[in-house]
Write a protein that binds this ligand. Structure first.
Ligand SMILES: CC(C)(COP(=O)(O)OP(=O)(O)OC[C@H]1O[C@@H](n2cnc3c(N)ncnc32)[C@H](O)[C@@H]1OP(=O)(O)O)[C@@H](O)C(=O)NCCC(=O)NCCS
Length: 438
């Protein structure tokens, strides 16, 4: 194995990915990609990435298209593609090509997912792929005088059957083909199939591999969008037809209960992994609500809080708190939840008899620092303190004295602490006391 170019960076990155690994286990992700992706040179690597996602315990559904492959089949038979409003008109001859292309693609994708050669990223992998008649389709019919014949749309997704395969630990492969109760075969748009499957499964994530994720005027990718801001983007206009269509699809999926929609470039190697396992990602993540939430902590957050404060306890920045203590005091905590990851926390301990309160256990995860999370946590605790008629907020700190001074705190003495807190003061720690009038 070649030497790592930067071992320290690798280790740091691997550790930073831990919250995502925990968060994704057992979650359902639907990934939709076009026939161009399958035909592209990077597809084998993308399959390695799918393999990794499955190995991490993600319930994975892959939905693929086959436009260029159908084109090639038609061309080989001397036939021409016919389109209306960007949609293929599938006549009987074209349907034969659709079936051939879909069959070949399915076999090829299954073969790639079945690799397991030693010394390859698939070594030791034992993915079972399930495909089947999961999609019931209906004909689009005649629209504005154009008969689309065997071009269809999704009528129903057999979510129970898909879930059963996922429960059995299999990766589910869904093609762009649907069947009707009359036994006919329909050619469907892969984007529509991916959306319908994600909605039917109430998937945690729908990832669509697109030519280019939405970007601002300067070409910078818009990394995070709430449904509201995505709607505003659509209203403003000026987006490419593909982006407009994809954003509308994303909003429909979110409205129907899909957790997150990610639009990821199909042209960047490893984009799916970068999008899922790094803080800012490389594509566009669209969420029903704001991605970030400052809220009162819940018992389920304790694992995340412990992971956040453990390194700070180890280097002496924060006082050690056990899980039991956190369980008892969880109601005093506020957290910033960044898409399921606890990115920051702080606690408020009121001393009502003295009309004062301690602001404590302020911590922001290193990769989220410098984005005002600390200030927002302080603001939230101050607001809560005011509601409790607290007049004076104090804090004990060893290393963040300047941060507190910059946020309106002034040096104070141990004698100025509430009596109950004075008796708990640890002279060995020798923390500095700061106070702020509210
Ligand atoms: C202190 C801490 C919570 C700030 O979080 P944050 O979200 O980055 O804070 P904000 O974005 O609101 O503020 C960032 C600013 O504070 C400054 N800052 C951060 N830590 C500081 C410190 N220990 N002393 C002085 N300034 C500090 C940053 O340089 C930055 O300054 P800038 O805006 O001029 O660039 C975070 O650095 C942290 O978790 N530190 C380790 C734990 C800790 O010390 N907690 C306090 C225990 S009582």
């Amino acid at each position: 194995m070649p030497a790592l170019p930067n071992p320290a960076q690798f280790v740091r990155w691997f550790r930073e990915a831990a919250p995502y690994v925990h968060g994704f286990r057992g979650r359902t992700f639907v990934v939709g990609f076009s026939g161009e992706v399958v035909a592209g040179r990077g597809f084998a690597k993308l399959v390695h990435d799918f393999n990794l996602l499955a190995a991490l315990g993600i319930r994975l559904v892959l939905v693929h298209g086959a436009r260029p492959q159908i084109e090639a089949e038609l061309k080989a038979k001397g036939l021409r593609s016919r389109y209306a409003k960007g949609l293929r008109i599938t006549d009987t001859a074209a349907l034969t090509c659709v079936k051939q292309a879909a069959g070949v693609l399915r076999v090829e994708i299954e073969a790639l997912l079945s690799q397991g050669l030693p010394n390859s990223p698939m070594a030791g992998s034992q993915i079972r792929v399930a495909s089947g008649n999961f999609i019931t389709a209906q004909p689009i019919g005649v629209v504005k005088g154009v008969d689309y014949q065997f071009t269809g749309s999704v009528r129903k997704v057999d979510a129970v059957a898909i879930a059963r395969r996922l429960d059995a630990g299999e990766v589910v492969l869904v093609t762009h083909i649907g069947y009707s109760p009359t036994g006919e075969v329909f050619n469907l748009a892969w984007e529509g199939v991916a959306e319908s499957v994600a909605v039917a499964l109430k998937a945690d994530k729908l990832l669509l591999l697109t030519d280019r994720p939405p970007a601002d005027r300067r070409g910078n990718v818009l990394h995070e969008q709430s449904a509201q801001s995505a709607e505003a983007l659509l209203k403003k206009g000026g987006l490419s037809p593909e982006t407009t269509r994809t954003l509308k699809r994303a909003l429909r999926a979110l409205g129907a209960g899909v957790g997150r929609v990610h639009l990821v470039s199909r042209l960047t190697d490893g984009a799916t992994l970068l999008e899922l396992f790094t803080h800012s990602g490389v594509g566009t993540m669209i969420t029903a609500d704001a991605v970030e939430q400052l809220r009162v902590a819940r018992v389920e957050d304790i694992g995340g809080i412990l992971a956040l404060i453990a390194p700070l306890e180890a280097d002496g920045t924060l006082v050690k708190r056990s899980r039991e203590l956190l369980e008892r005091e969880i109601g005093n905590f506020r957290v910033i939840d960044h898409d399921g990851v606890i990115a920051g926390c702080a606690a408020l301990y009121p001393y009502p008899e003295e009309r004062s309160a301690e602001f404590a256990c302020l911590a922001v995860a290193p990769q989220y620092r410098g984005a005002d999370y600390g200030e927002r946590l302080l603001d939230a605790c101050e607001a809560q303190a005011r509601e409790l008629k607290v007049k004076r907020l104090f804090v004990l700190t060893t290393t963040a004295a300047h941060w507190f001074q910059l946020h309106g705190f002034s040096p104070a003495t141990v004698a100025a602490l509430p009596e109950r807190r004075q008796s708990l003061y640890n002279y060995q720690r020798n923390s500095k006391v700061f106070a702020k009038k509210l």
